[in-house]
Ligand binder design. Sequence first.
Ligand code: 4AD
Ligand code: MG
Length: 484
Amino acid sequence: MNTSKNTSKLSSIKNLLSASDFNQEVTVKGWVRFFRSNRFIIINDGSTIHNIQAVIDLDKTNTEQTKGISVGACVAVNGKLVQSTGAGQTVEILVDTFEVLGEADPEKYPLQPKKHSLEFLREIAHLRPRTNTFSAILRLRHSMTFAIHQFFNERGFFNVHTPIITGSDCEGAGEMFRVTTLDPKNPPLKEDGSVDFKQDFFGKETNLTVSGQLNGELAAMALGKIYTFGPTFRAENSNTSRHLAEFWMIEPEVAFNEIKENMDLAESFMKYLIQYALDNNRDDLEFLKQRLLDEEKDKPKEQRSEMDLIQKLEFVLHNDFERITYTDAVQILKDSKPNKNGKFQFPVGEWGFDMQSEHEKYLVEKHFKKPVIVTGYPAAIKAFYMKQNDDGKTVAAMDVLVPGIGEIIGGSQREDNLEKLLNAIKVFNIPEKDIWWYLDTRRFGSAPHSGFGLGFERLMLFITGMGNIRDVIPFPRAPKTADF
Ligand code: 4AD
Ligand code: MG
Protein backbone atom coordinates (compact mmCIF):
# COMPACT_ATOMS: atom_id res chain seq x y z
CA MET A 1 0.00 0.00 0.00
CA ASN A 2 2.99 2.31 0.28
CA THR A 3 3.59 2.49 -3.41
CA SER A 4 1.79 5.46 -4.81
CA LYS A 5 0.89 4.75 -8.39
CA ASN A 6 -1.38 7.74 -8.37
CA THR A 7 -2.86 8.38 -11.72
CA SER A 8 -5.51 10.86 -10.60
CA LYS A 9 -4.78 14.55 -10.64
CA LEU A 10 -3.82 16.31 -7.42
CA SER A 11 -6.84 18.04 -5.90
CA SER A 12 -6.95 20.84 -3.37
CA ILE A 13 -8.93 20.12 -0.23
CA LYS A 14 -10.84 23.32 -0.80
CA ASN A 15 -12.17 22.01 -4.10
CA LEU A 16 -12.92 18.53 -2.80
CA LEU A 17 -14.96 19.80 0.15
CA SER A 18 -17.41 21.39 -2.23
CA ALA A 19 -17.33 18.58 -4.80
CA SER A 20 -20.52 16.74 -5.66
CA ASP A 21 -19.27 14.06 -8.02
CA PHE A 22 -18.71 11.27 -5.56
CA ASN A 23 -16.84 8.02 -6.21
CA GLN A 24 -14.26 9.85 -8.32
CA GLU A 25 -10.66 8.87 -7.70
CA VAL A 26 -8.73 11.69 -6.05
CA THR A 27 -5.26 12.44 -4.79
CA VAL A 28 -4.56 14.81 -1.91
CA LYS A 29 -1.21 15.85 -0.50
CA GLY A 30 -0.89 17.72 2.77
CA TRP A 31 0.15 17.72 6.40
CA VAL A 32 -1.36 15.50 9.06
CA ARG A 33 -3.33 17.43 11.67
CA PHE A 34 -4.56 14.37 13.61
CA PHE A 35 -4.22 10.65 13.28
CA ARG A 36 -6.87 8.66 15.15
CA SER A 37 -7.35 4.95 15.80
CA ASN A 38 -4.51 4.17 13.42
CA ARG A 39 -7.08 4.67 10.71
CA PHE A 40 -8.36 8.23 10.29
CA ILE A 41 -5.88 10.70 8.85
CA ILE A 42 -7.00 14.32 9.14
CA ILE A 43 -5.14 16.28 6.49
CA ASN A 44 -4.77 19.97 5.77
CA ASP A 45 -3.11 21.29 2.61
CA GLY A 46 -3.43 25.02 3.31
CA SER A 47 -5.99 25.67 0.58
CA THR A 48 -8.66 26.19 3.24
CA ILE A 49 -9.04 26.26 7.01
CA HIS A 50 -10.95 22.97 6.76
CA ASN A 51 -9.36 19.53 6.83
CA ILE A 52 -10.27 16.40 4.94
CA GLN A 53 -10.46 12.98 6.51
CA ALA A 54 -8.85 10.04 4.76
CA VAL A 55 -9.89 6.61 6.00
CA ILE A 56 -7.48 3.70 5.81
CA ASP A 57 -8.86 0.22 5.15
CA LEU A 58 -7.57 -1.79 8.12
CA ASP A 59 -8.11 -5.09 6.26
CA LYS A 60 -5.51 -4.08 3.71
CA THR A 61 -3.06 -2.31 6.02
CA ASN A 62 -0.95 -3.22 9.03
CA THR A 63 0.46 -1.01 11.75
CA GLU A 64 3.94 -1.29 10.32
CA GLN A 65 2.77 0.47 7.17
CA THR A 66 1.16 3.39 8.99
CA LYS A 67 4.17 3.93 11.24
CA GLY A 68 5.30 7.16 9.58
CA ILE A 69 1.90 8.80 9.85
CA SER A 70 1.84 11.24 12.75
CA VAL A 71 0.91 14.84 13.44
CA GLY A 72 3.00 17.12 11.22
CA ALA A 73 4.05 14.47 8.71
CA CYS A 74 3.45 15.15 5.05
CA VAL A 75 1.36 12.54 3.25
CA ALA A 76 -0.04 11.78 -0.17
CA VAL A 77 -3.26 9.80 -0.26
CA ASN A 78 -5.09 8.39 -3.21
CA GLY A 79 -8.56 6.93 -3.12
CA LYS A 80 -12.25 7.33 -3.65
CA LEU A 81 -14.10 10.49 -2.65
CA VAL A 82 -17.29 9.56 -0.80
CA GLN A 83 -19.99 11.30 1.15
CA SER A 84 -19.10 11.23 4.81
CA THR A 85 -21.31 9.89 7.56
CA GLY A 86 -19.18 11.49 10.27
CA ALA A 87 -20.32 14.62 12.03
CA GLY A 88 -18.94 17.96 10.86
CA GLN A 89 -17.70 16.83 7.47
CA THR A 90 -19.36 16.40 4.12
CA VAL A 91 -16.88 14.23 2.25
CA GLU A 92 -14.00 11.91 3.01
CA ILE A 93 -11.52 9.79 1.11
CA LEU A 94 -11.51 6.00 1.27
CA VAL A 95 -7.80 5.39 0.93
CA ASP A 96 -6.58 3.14 -1.83
CA THR A 97 -2.86 3.94 -1.66
CA PHE A 98 -0.89 6.32 0.52
CA GLU A 99 2.65 7.46 0.92
CA VAL A 100 4.43 9.31 3.70
CA LEU A 101 6.36 12.02 1.87
CA GLY A 102 8.05 13.36 5.00
CA GLU A 103 7.88 12.02 8.53
CA ALA A 104 7.70 14.27 11.62
CA ASP A 105 9.21 12.69 14.71
CA PRO A 106 6.39 12.91 17.30
CA GLU A 107 8.96 13.27 20.07
CA LYS A 108 10.34 16.40 18.45
CA TYR A 109 7.58 18.02 16.40
CA PRO A 110 6.60 21.11 18.42
CA LEU A 111 3.05 21.59 17.12
CA GLN A 112 0.71 19.20 18.80
CA PRO A 113 -3.05 19.20 18.30
CA LYS A 114 -3.78 21.45 21.27
CA LYS A 115 -3.90 25.17 21.93
CA HIS A 116 -0.48 26.81 21.83
CA SER A 117 0.06 30.35 23.08
CA LEU A 118 0.76 33.04 20.50
CA GLU A 119 4.01 33.80 22.34
CA PHE A 120 5.15 30.21 21.92
CA LEU A 121 4.16 30.23 18.26
CA ARG A 122 6.24 33.37 17.70
CA GLU A 123 9.28 31.32 18.76
CA ILE A 124 8.50 28.77 16.08
CA ALA A 125 7.51 31.20 13.34
CA HIS A 126 8.92 28.77 10.77
CA LEU A 127 6.17 26.27 11.63
CA ARG A 128 3.29 28.47 12.70
CA PRO A 129 1.83 28.75 9.18
CA ARG A 130 0.70 25.16 9.82
CA THR A 131 -1.70 26.26 12.54
CA ASN A 132 -5.29 27.25 11.83
CA THR A 133 -4.79 30.75 13.14
CA PHE A 134 -1.76 31.57 11.03
CA SER A 135 -2.90 29.87 7.87
CA ALA A 136 -6.13 31.90 8.12
CA ILE A 137 -4.10 35.09 8.57
CA LEU A 138 -1.82 34.29 5.64
CA ARG A 139 -4.75 33.56 3.35
CA LEU A 140 -6.32 36.85 4.44
CA ARG A 141 -3.06 38.70 3.77
CA HIS A 142 -3.10 37.36 0.26
CA SER A 143 -6.73 38.28 -0.20
CA MET A 144 -6.22 41.81 1.05
CA THR A 145 -3.17 42.25 -1.21
CA PHE A 146 -5.22 41.16 -4.19
CA ALA A 147 -8.16 43.37 -3.21
CA ILE A 148 -5.89 46.40 -2.83
CA HIS A 149 -4.59 46.03 -6.38
CA GLN A 150 -8.11 45.39 -7.64
CA PHE A 151 -9.54 48.46 -5.88
CA PHE A 152 -7.01 50.77 -7.50
CA ASN A 153 -7.03 49.06 -10.86
CA GLU A 154 -10.82 49.39 -11.07
CA ARG A 155 -10.45 53.12 -10.44
CA GLY A 156 -7.75 53.83 -13.03
CA PHE A 157 -4.78 54.08 -10.65
CA PHE A 158 -1.33 52.95 -11.74
CA ASN A 159 0.92 50.93 -9.47
CA VAL A 160 4.33 52.60 -9.20
CA HIS A 161 7.45 50.95 -7.78
CA THR A 162 9.32 53.40 -5.60
CA PRO A 163 12.88 52.81 -4.40
CA ILE A 164 13.70 50.91 -1.24
CA ILE A 165 17.15 52.46 -0.86
CA THR A 166 16.89 56.20 -0.52
CA GLY A 167 18.83 59.32 0.37
CA SER A 168 15.86 61.18 1.88
CA ASP A 169 13.85 60.91 5.08
CA CYS A 170 10.24 61.42 4.00
CA GLU A 171 8.72 61.58 7.46
CA GLY A 172 11.67 63.49 8.89
CA ALA A 173 11.61 61.45 12.04
CA GLY A 174 15.19 60.24 11.63
CA GLU A 175 14.29 56.63 12.28
CA MET A 176 16.12 55.11 9.35
CA PHE A 177 18.24 52.00 8.84
CA ARG A 178 21.52 52.85 7.16
CA VAL A 179 22.55 51.04 3.98
CA THR A 180 26.29 50.94 3.58
CA THR A 181 29.17 48.82 2.31
CA LEU A 182 31.76 50.68 4.40
CA ASP A 183 33.85 48.67 6.85
CA PRO A 184 32.16 49.29 10.24
CA LYS A 185 35.47 48.85 12.07
CA ASN A 186 37.45 51.14 9.88
CA PRO A 187 35.32 53.57 7.87
CA PRO A 188 36.99 56.31 5.82
CA LEU A 189 36.92 59.55 7.75
CA LYS A 190 36.78 63.20 6.75
CA GLU A 191 39.18 65.73 8.21
CA ASP A 192 36.72 66.59 10.96
CA GLY A 193 36.59 62.93 12.03
CA SER A 194 33.13 62.17 10.68
CA VAL A 195 32.48 59.27 8.29
CA ASP A 196 33.17 60.12 4.64
CA PHE A 197 30.09 58.80 2.87
CA LYS A 198 31.40 60.07 -0.46
CA GLN A 199 33.43 56.86 -0.42
CA ASP A 200 30.39 54.70 0.33
CA PHE A 201 28.67 52.56 -2.33
CA PHE A 202 26.29 55.27 -3.54
CA GLY A 203 28.69 58.14 -2.92
CA LYS A 204 26.34 59.51 -0.26
CA GLU A 205 24.54 58.51 2.91
CA THR A 206 21.68 56.14 2.12
CA ASN A 207 18.99 54.39 4.13
CA LEU A 208 16.05 52.01 3.77
CA THR A 209 12.95 54.00 2.94
CA VAL A 210 10.35 54.92 5.57
CA SER A 211 7.75 55.70 2.89
CA GLY A 212 7.42 55.73 -0.90
CA GLN A 213 5.46 58.97 -0.85
CA LEU A 214 7.96 61.51 -2.15
CA ASN A 215 8.68 59.39 -5.23
CA GLY A 216 5.00 58.55 -5.50
CA GLU A 217 4.19 62.26 -5.73
CA LEU A 218 6.57 62.62 -8.67
CA ALA A 219 4.67 59.91 -10.52
CA ALA A 220 1.26 61.40 -9.62
CA MET A 221 2.41 64.67 -11.21
CA ALA A 222 2.54 62.76 -14.49
CA LEU A 223 0.15 59.81 -14.31
CA GLY A 224 -2.54 61.50 -12.22
CA LYS A 225 -3.57 58.61 -9.99
CA ILE A 226 -0.95 56.25 -8.63
CA TYR A 227 -0.37 53.97 -5.68
CA THR A 228 2.62 52.21 -4.23
CA PHE A 229 2.58 48.97 -2.25
CA GLY A 230 5.96 48.20 -0.83
CA PRO A 231 8.03 47.40 2.22
CA THR A 232 8.96 50.27 4.51
CA PHE A 233 11.41 50.34 7.38
CA ARG A 234 11.50 52.26 10.63
CA ALA A 235 14.15 52.03 13.29
CA GLU A 236 11.81 53.24 16.02
CA ASN A 237 12.79 51.53 19.20
CA SER A 238 9.18 51.00 20.18
CA ASN A 239 8.36 47.55 21.41
CA THR A 240 4.61 47.90 21.04
CA SER A 241 1.91 45.62 19.72
CA ARG A 242 1.34 48.04 16.82
CA HIS A 243 4.87 48.74 15.54
CA LEU A 244 7.20 46.76 13.32
CA ALA A 245 10.64 47.69 12.06
CA GLU A 246 9.72 46.29 8.64
CA PHE A 247 6.14 46.67 7.45
CA TRP A 248 4.23 47.09 4.22
CA MET A 249 2.53 50.28 3.21
CA ILE A 250 0.00 51.19 0.53
CA GLU A 251 0.30 54.80 -0.58
CA PRO A 252 -2.10 56.26 -3.12
CA GLU A 253 -1.35 59.75 -4.45
CA VAL A 254 -3.87 61.64 -6.53
CA ALA A 255 -3.39 64.78 -8.59
CA PHE A 256 -6.15 67.40 -8.14
CA ASN A 257 -7.56 65.74 -5.00
CA GLU A 258 -7.97 68.01 -2.01
CA ILE A 259 -8.25 66.88 1.59
CA LYS A 260 -12.00 66.14 1.40
CA GLU A 261 -11.57 63.80 -1.60
CA ASN A 262 -8.59 62.25 0.14
CA MET A 263 -10.81 61.39 3.11
CA ASP A 264 -13.49 59.99 0.82
CA LEU A 265 -10.92 57.81 -0.93
CA ALA A 266 -9.55 56.49 2.37
CA GLU A 267 -13.03 55.66 3.66
CA SER A 268 -14.17 53.90 0.51
CA PHE A 269 -10.84 52.03 0.33
CA MET A 270 -11.23 50.69 3.87
CA LYS A 271 -14.83 49.67 3.22
CA TYR A 272 -13.94 47.94 -0.05
CA LEU A 273 -11.31 45.85 1.73
CA ILE A 274 -13.69 44.87 4.53
CA GLN A 275 -16.36 43.91 2.03
CA TYR A 276 -13.85 41.88 0.06
CA ALA A 277 -12.77 39.92 3.13
CA LEU A 278 -16.37 39.26 4.15
CA ASP A 279 -17.22 38.05 0.64
CA ASN A 280 -14.13 35.97 -0.03
CA ASN A 281 -12.68 34.82 3.28
CA ARG A 282 -15.75 33.91 5.26
CA ASP A 283 -14.40 30.61 6.60
CA ASP A 284 -11.20 32.17 7.85
CA LEU A 285 -13.06 35.08 9.44
CA GLU A 286 -15.50 32.70 11.13
CA PHE A 287 -12.56 30.79 12.55
CA LEU A 288 -10.86 33.97 13.81
CA LYS A 289 -14.15 35.22 15.25
CA GLN A 290 -14.58 31.99 17.22
CA ARG A 291 -10.97 32.17 18.34
CA LEU A 292 -11.62 35.60 19.86
CA LEU A 293 -14.84 34.49 21.49
CA ASP A 294 -13.02 31.55 23.09
CA GLU A 295 -10.28 33.89 24.28
CA GLU A 296 -12.85 36.19 25.87
CA LYS A 297 -14.75 33.39 27.63
CA ASP A 298 -12.51 33.62 30.68
CA LYS A 299 -12.94 37.38 31.00
CA PRO A 300 -15.60 39.00 33.19
CA LYS A 301 -18.72 39.93 31.21
CA GLU A 302 -18.12 43.68 31.22
CA GLN A 303 -14.70 43.22 29.64
CA ARG A 304 -16.01 41.19 26.72
CA SER A 305 -16.62 42.92 23.38
CA GLU A 306 -20.13 43.98 22.53
CA MET A 307 -19.70 42.73 18.97
CA ASP A 308 -17.92 39.72 17.55
CA LEU A 309 -15.31 40.11 14.81
CA ILE A 310 -17.73 39.83 11.92
CA GLN A 311 -20.29 42.14 13.52
CA LYS A 312 -17.50 44.68 14.05
CA LEU A 313 -16.44 44.53 10.41
CA GLU A 314 -20.03 44.85 9.27
CA PHE A 315 -20.60 47.76 11.61
CA VAL A 316 -17.64 49.67 10.16
CA LEU A 317 -18.76 48.81 6.66
CA HIS A 318 -22.28 50.18 7.13
CA ASN A 319 -21.55 53.39 9.06
CA ASP A 320 -20.01 56.68 8.01
CA PHE A 321 -16.65 57.48 9.53
CA GLU A 322 -16.84 60.40 11.93
CA ARG A 323 -14.87 63.43 10.69
CA ILE A 324 -13.55 65.92 13.24
CA THR A 325 -10.78 68.47 13.56
CA TYR A 326 -7.79 68.07 15.80
CA THR A 327 -9.00 71.09 17.78
CA ASP A 328 -12.34 69.40 18.49
CA ALA A 329 -10.60 66.13 19.33
CA VAL A 330 -8.44 67.86 21.94
CA GLN A 331 -11.52 69.46 23.49
CA ILE A 332 -13.30 66.08 23.69
CA LEU A 333 -10.23 64.56 25.32
CA LYS A 334 -9.90 67.41 27.80
CA ASP A 335 -13.53 67.02 28.84
CA SER A 336 -13.32 63.23 29.00
CA LYS A 337 -13.77 61.21 32.19
CA PRO A 338 -10.40 59.41 32.02
CA ASN A 339 -8.67 62.77 31.66
CA LYS A 340 -10.52 64.29 34.60
CA ASN A 341 -9.89 61.19 36.71
CA GLY A 342 -6.23 61.06 35.75
CA LYS A 343 -6.70 57.69 34.06
CA PHE A 344 -4.66 58.47 30.95
CA GLN A 345 -1.02 57.46 31.20
CA PHE A 346 -0.14 60.60 29.21
CA PRO A 347 -2.19 63.61 30.35
CA VAL A 348 -4.01 65.53 27.61
CA GLY A 349 -1.87 68.58 26.93
CA GLU A 350 -2.66 72.03 25.61
CA TRP A 351 -3.49 72.62 21.93
CA GLY A 352 -0.45 71.47 19.97
CA PHE A 353 0.23 68.28 21.93
CA ASP A 354 0.70 65.03 20.02
CA MET A 355 -2.11 62.56 20.71
CA GLN A 356 -0.97 59.21 22.09
CA SER A 357 -2.46 55.92 21.09
CA GLU A 358 -4.57 55.80 24.30
CA HIS A 359 -6.17 59.12 23.31
CA GLU A 360 -6.89 57.93 19.78
CA LYS A 361 -8.42 54.77 21.18
CA TYR A 362 -10.59 56.74 23.57
CA LEU A 363 -12.00 58.78 20.68
CA VAL A 364 -12.91 55.76 18.55
CA GLU A 365 -13.78 53.17 21.18
CA LYS A 366 -15.43 55.20 23.92
CA HIS A 367 -16.55 58.53 22.52
CA PHE A 368 -17.64 57.94 18.92
CA LYS A 369 -17.64 54.13 18.93
CA LYS A 370 -16.69 54.07 15.25
CA PRO A 371 -13.82 55.02 12.95
CA VAL A 372 -12.83 58.67 13.11
CA ILE A 373 -10.91 60.83 10.64
CA VAL A 374 -9.08 63.66 12.38
CA THR A 375 -7.97 66.63 10.26
CA GLY A 376 -6.27 69.97 10.74
CA TYR A 377 -3.35 68.98 12.94
CA PRO A 378 -0.83 71.53 14.23
CA ALA A 379 1.90 71.94 11.61
CA ALA A 380 4.65 71.43 14.17
CA ILE A 381 3.72 67.80 14.92
CA LYS A 382 3.29 66.72 11.28
CA ALA A 383 5.61 66.31 8.28
CA PHE A 384 7.13 69.11 6.20
CA TYR A 385 5.23 68.32 3.00
CA MET A 386 1.71 68.91 4.31
CA LYS A 387 -0.50 71.69 2.91
CA GLN A 388 -0.44 74.71 5.19
CA ASN A 389 -3.90 75.95 6.11
CA ASP A 390 -4.77 79.65 5.97
CA ASP A 391 -4.84 79.92 9.77
CA GLY A 392 -1.04 79.79 9.69
CA LYS A 393 -0.79 77.07 12.33
CA THR A 394 -2.52 73.91 11.10
CA VAL A 395 -1.97 71.67 8.09
CA ALA A 396 -4.38 69.67 5.89
CA ALA A 397 -3.39 66.39 7.51
CA MET A 398 -5.69 63.46 8.14
CA ASP A 399 -5.35 60.42 10.37
CA VAL A 400 -7.88 57.60 10.18
CA LEU A 401 -8.38 56.00 13.59
CA VAL A 402 -10.17 52.69 14.07
CA PRO A 403 -11.35 50.75 17.14
CA GLY A 404 -8.84 48.33 18.63
CA ILE A 405 -5.87 49.90 16.88
CA GLY A 406 -5.91 53.68 16.76
CA GLU A 407 -4.13 55.13 13.72
CA ILE A 408 -4.43 52.93 10.65
CA ILE A 409 -3.97 55.57 7.94
CA GLY A 410 -1.94 58.78 7.88
CA GLY A 411 -2.10 61.23 5.01
CA SER A 412 -2.60 64.79 3.85
CA GLN A 413 -3.07 67.24 1.06
CA ARG A 414 0.43 68.24 -0.06
CA GLU A 415 1.92 71.73 -0.05
CA ASP A 416 1.95 72.61 -3.76
CA ASN A 417 3.15 76.19 -3.35
CA LEU A 418 6.92 76.43 -3.84
CA GLU A 419 7.49 79.41 -1.53
CA LYS A 420 5.57 77.84 1.32
CA LEU A 421 7.32 74.51 0.84
CA LEU A 422 10.74 76.20 0.83
CA ASN A 423 9.78 77.84 4.11
CA ALA A 424 8.69 74.54 5.59
CA ILE A 425 11.89 72.71 4.76
CA LYS A 426 13.81 75.50 6.45
CA VAL A 427 11.72 75.11 9.59
CA PHE A 428 12.21 71.32 9.49
CA ASN A 429 15.96 71.67 8.77
CA ILE A 430 15.88 69.79 5.49
CA PRO A 431 18.72 70.83 3.15
CA GLU A 432 17.32 72.02 -0.20
CA LYS A 433 20.08 70.18 -2.04
CA ASP A 434 18.74 66.85 -0.75
CA ILE A 435 15.27 67.24 -2.24
CA TRP A 436 15.73 69.61 -5.18
CA TRP A 437 14.05 67.00 -7.37
CA TYR A 438 10.96 66.98 -5.14
CA LEU A 439 10.81 70.77 -5.18
CA ASP A 440 10.99 70.72 -8.98
CA THR A 441 7.42 69.37 -9.17
CA ARG A 442 6.36 72.65 -7.50
CA ARG A 443 8.49 74.60 -9.96
CA PHE A 444 7.13 72.94 -13.07
CA GLY A 445 3.41 72.38 -13.48
CA SER A 446 2.52 72.21 -9.79
CA ALA A 447 -1.01 71.15 -8.88
CA PRO A 448 -3.03 70.44 -5.76
CA HIS A 449 -2.65 66.78 -4.83
CA SER A 450 -3.25 64.49 -1.89
CA GLY A 451 -2.46 61.02 -0.68
CA PHE A 452 -2.19 58.76 2.32
CA GLY A 453 -0.48 55.66 3.65
CA LEU A 454 -2.28 52.60 4.94
CA GLY A 455 -0.13 50.35 7.12
CA PHE A 456 -0.80 46.89 5.75
CA GLU A 457 -0.18 45.10 9.05
CA ARG A 458 -2.43 47.56 10.92
CA LEU A 459 -5.09 46.69 8.35
CA MET A 460 -4.45 43.01 9.04
CA LEU A 461 -4.83 43.58 12.80
CA PHE A 462 -8.16 45.22 12.11
CA ILE A 463 -9.45 42.54 9.74
CA THR A 464 -8.31 39.55 11.80
CA GLY A 465 -8.98 40.94 15.27
CA MET A 466 -5.50 39.82 16.34
CA GLY A 467 -3.95 41.80 19.19
CA ASN A 468 -0.27 41.88 18.28
CA ILE A 469 1.17 43.12 14.99
CA ARG A 470 3.88 40.44 15.18
CA ASP A 471 1.18 37.86 14.61
CA VAL A 472 -0.14 39.24 11.33
CA ILE A 473 3.12 39.14 9.34
CA PRO A 474 4.86 35.84 8.58
CA PHE A 475 8.29 36.78 9.92
CA PRO A 476 8.21 39.90 12.10
CA ARG A 477 11.09 42.33 12.35
CA ALA A 478 11.17 44.33 15.59
CA PRO A 479 13.83 45.42 18.09
CA LYS A 480 16.04 42.38 18.85
CA THR A 481 13.84 40.25 16.62
CA ALA A 482 15.09 39.17 13.21
CA ASP A 483 15.04 35.38 13.39
CA PHE A 484 13.72 33.22 10.60
O1 4AD B 1 1.52 58.08 9.28
P1 4AD B 1 2.70 57.60 8.51
O2 4AD B 1 4.04 57.78 9.09
O3 4AD B 1 2.59 58.31 7.07
C1 4AD B 1 3.48 58.23 6.06
O4 4AD B 1 4.45 57.52 6.02
C2 4AD B 1 3.07 59.05 4.87
N1 4AD B 1 4.26 59.23 4.03
C3 4AD B 1 1.94 58.37 4.16
C4 4AD B 1 1.44 59.13 2.96
O5 4AD B 1 0.85 60.18 3.14
N2 4AD B 1 1.69 58.66 1.76
O6 4AD B 1 2.52 56.04 8.18
C5 4AD B 1 1.39 55.59 7.49
C6 4AD B 1 0.81 54.38 8.17
C7 4AD B 1 0.38 54.60 9.60
O7 4AD B 1 -0.90 55.18 9.67
C8 4AD B 1 0.39 53.19 10.14
O8 4AD B 1 -0.78 52.47 9.74
C9 4AD B 1 1.56 52.58 9.42
O9 4AD B 1 1.80 53.36 8.26
N3 4AD B 1 2.77 52.55 10.24
C10 4AD B 1 3.28 51.45 10.81
N4 4AD B 1 2.86 50.17 10.80
C11 4AD B 1 3.59 49.27 11.48
N5 4AD B 1 4.73 49.56 12.14
C12 4AD B 1 5.20 50.85 12.18
N6 4AD B 1 6.34 51.11 12.82
C13 4AD B 1 4.45 51.85 11.49
N7 4AD B 1 4.62 53.17 11.31
C14 4AD B 1 3.59 53.58 10.54
MG1 MG C 1 1.12 58.87 11.13
